[in-house]
Design a protein around this ligand. Sequence first.
Ligand code: NAD
Length: 502
Amino acid sequence: MAQLSVSGASTTTVIAPFTGTALHELPLSSIRDVQDAAEGAREAQREWHAAGFAHRRRVLLRAHDVLLERREELLDLLQTETGKTRGQAFEEIFQAASVTRYYAVSAQSVLATKRRRAGIPLLMTTRVSYSPKALVGVVTPWNYPVALGAMDIVPALAAGSAVIQKIDNQGALAMLATREAYIEAGVPAEVWPIVAGPGNEVGNAVVDSCDYVCFTGSTPTGTKVGERAAARLISASLELGGKNPLLVLADADPAKAARDAVYACFASMGQLCVSIERIYVHESIAEEFTREFALRVGALTQSAALDFSGDVGSLTSQAQLERVQAHVDDAVAKGATVLAGGVARPELGPYFFAPTVLTNVTADMQCFADETFGPVVAISTVSSDAEAIELANNTEFGLNASIFSGSLAHARRLADRLNAGSVNINEGYRGSFSSVDAPMGGMKNSGLGRRNGPEGILRFAQSRTVSQSNGILQLPRSGAEFAAMAGLMITLLGLLKVLRRR
Ligand code: NAD
């Protein structure tokens, strides 16, 4: 097993979801370990920054290749630790490699010193330059450890920052193996220490030690992290929960929509922040869509095999199994109809649960508004686009939404009315998720800030505006000089407005 860069005195046993047996003993860091790691990372960051963009580009492009060369090992670890299928593990490696290539080649141009319009043309010249924040704290969850880790860590490294990462216990091996790949490619080990342990101790210590914090996890924890960061006057990006809707419009092909909706809802057993938990289907195609959808969900192959033979895998933990079972039991007790699934599948493994389709879900049920974060989707029928939009937006969350339609123009028009950080047309989440040049994040209680794209690296840069007086004309200093120049300056303002100058 790869070692934690900061070893801890105590350990915890990590369970393999496919079997329920002990997988490994994970060292747990102390608060002192976090502080030492942070200090070491700050020291190493100076050289990493001084090495320059060209060096970091070479290293990251090499890391891209090492990651892909080691994909079989990484896929095995991801499957074994999270219980997901090989296909969904593959999505993680694909995403990590994409984001690594993207920031390797784009960091320098985004963070290059740029000229901006000076307030007083000719007299002044203004430029903006960037310095990296020295130490970025990254707190990652267990569901997509490698992809989500890479989306925060790689841009920080590309910017010239160091990173201290607090991993979740589940997924630790995959993340440690991923870090090894970057170290082999030339990222100094001290620039990216990893720590593990309870969130309210080790996570807090990470927030207390860094200059910016990237948090991915639940809305309640993210809110606490945001408050703690604010108390230190450091910024944070908070990538939080969702209750993501899918709109199936009247002009959609119901059979095709049903086929595509299955992946949108059940990839990684719904343990994915952007996965669909609510479907609003137009009444004109509701019957055909629902019949076909339930049939296809019932026919999914559920498997623990370390190959591409399974469509869906297992839930990741006992806690996840209990949460999903509780949401389904509550809904059924209050009158929901189960069209597929609804039961655990212990014959396959301890945390297997059958992908579940519900109808007649009402506001008094837990799964109506709360994120299940599992393989449970509720179908409702609507009579118009307006009703679908209203219901889709009727949530505290605003992470992802999806529209299935026979007309891209129709779908794009509706997309602009959805209060969500990403909207996918004729896809569940993969369009926006894989578009690493475009910002990703949540509206409302789904988060704060954005990862990916230029926005995702500007998080780690402090801007410095450098403005110079060109010596052509001295700005007024005394009352007399203002009196002499005020008229000229008013004329200048008028001229700039006429010329539509920014
Ligand atoms: P969680 O909030 O319980 O834990 C996430 C991480 O935060 C873990 O590493 C945990 O140890 C750590 N943590 C816990 N308390 C902390 C504290 N006080 N300070 C700092 N760190 C602390 O979330 P979870 O249940 O593990 O993950 C599932 C949730 O994450 C879901 O709500 C899901 O929607 C969300 N999520 C969001 C995104 C996104 O990009 N928006 C991606 C994946 C998961």
